[in-house]
Design a protein around this ligand. Sequence first.
Ligand SMILES: NC(=O)c1ccc[n+]([C@@H]2O[C@H](COP(=O)([O-])OP(=O)(O)OC[C@H]3O[C@@H](n4cnc5c(N)ncnc54)[C@H](O)[C@@H]3O)[C@@H](O)[C@H]2O)c1
Length: 355
Amino acid sequence: MTVSKIKVALAGVGNCASALIQGLQYYCKCEKEEESTGLRFLYLGGLHPKDVQIVAAFDIDNRKVGKDLSEAIFAAPNNAPKIIEVSPSGFMVHKGPVMDGVGEYTKNVIQISNQPEENVSETLRETGAELLLNLLPSGAMEASKWYAEQALNANCAFVNATPAFIASDAAWCKRFEEAELPIVGDDLKDQVGATTLHKTLLKLLSMNGVRITETYQLDVGGGAESLDTLERTRDVKRTVKTRSVEASLPYKAEIVAGSMDYVDFLENRRDSYFWIRGLYFCKAPMQIDLKLSTVDAPNAGSVLFDVIRAVKIALDRKLKGAILPICVYAFKNPPQMVSLEVAEEMFADFVEEKT
Ligand SMILES: NC(=O)c1ccc[n+]([C@@H]2O[C@H](COP(=O)([O-])OP(=O)(O)OC[C@H]3O[C@@H](n4cnc5c(N)ncnc54)[C@H](O)[C@@H]3O)[C@@H](O)[C@H]2O)c1
């Protein structure tokens, strides 16, 4: 049976986009699970990564705009590792409006293109895009909302990988519902996620009767996104992650999670530090001091493939508004918080068409 391609447009051709497009090339020929190390689902709802087709992309940097997408993903300031040669996409990256895409800390890193701005919603319509994937910097809150508006204008589903409050905002969900389009978000979960690891560790300890007294989790990264976070979204990210970690304990403890710093020589690598202190039998003290090292952009790849395919399922079923099973499975700030176990169950039921 031939499956029609899932036509995806990208807002932002940064490190995350680079990992996704390299992943497309990397996994497209895999037919067996044992060949697809690193991908959680080779097939999801019968859909394979090779069924995903990128049809348009928008950016603002002159090293990316006007270049074939296969070239743009390797242009500076992107520093995600190159793991594979990518075949030409056959289209050029379009210029989008800058708006708040560049912050005080990233203005020396991003070189704004002087090419004319494209009509984004018209391009989405012309290319037949079904889904617009928002991969703008986390500080680009207004530009992210503007791209959500373009998705509505062009009859596209919207995926918000950034922490801008869109899918978690009832007013936006209502607008997508009225337009009979799916929306999912906000803030993509990583495959090897520091927040998920932190929550799982705390849950395990507290389930075994340990009383957690204090814990923190700190991140250090070297991508452009870490630099932007430092200036504009450090507080939002810290609030979202702390709230999420707090929900894993049945009592109050001193918790700080998701604080960030920027170290340029780490490039696209990220070090996550975990520190946990608690009391167990007869108040004996315990302490965990842990470091997790990952590469940032590939950490989004597997989850993005799941989200894209799940949204295609939602489109085929003509579902509209916030698609909760996808939001809770793949995003840190969904419209409604549920436990990891419930999120997994909801997503599996959704894919198997039990919901
Ligand atoms: N593991 C991950 O990488 C991960 C996980 C969860 C969430 N996210 C989120 O995904 C988003 C992208 O992350 P990234 O590491 O690729 O960031 P990045 O900084 O590498 O890429 C952002 C891209 O957007 C472009 N841009 C800026 N303003 C624009 C505008 N107005 N229109 C079009 N393009 C514009 C930049 O030039 C850049 O190419 C961030 O919001 C991040 O928080 C990433």
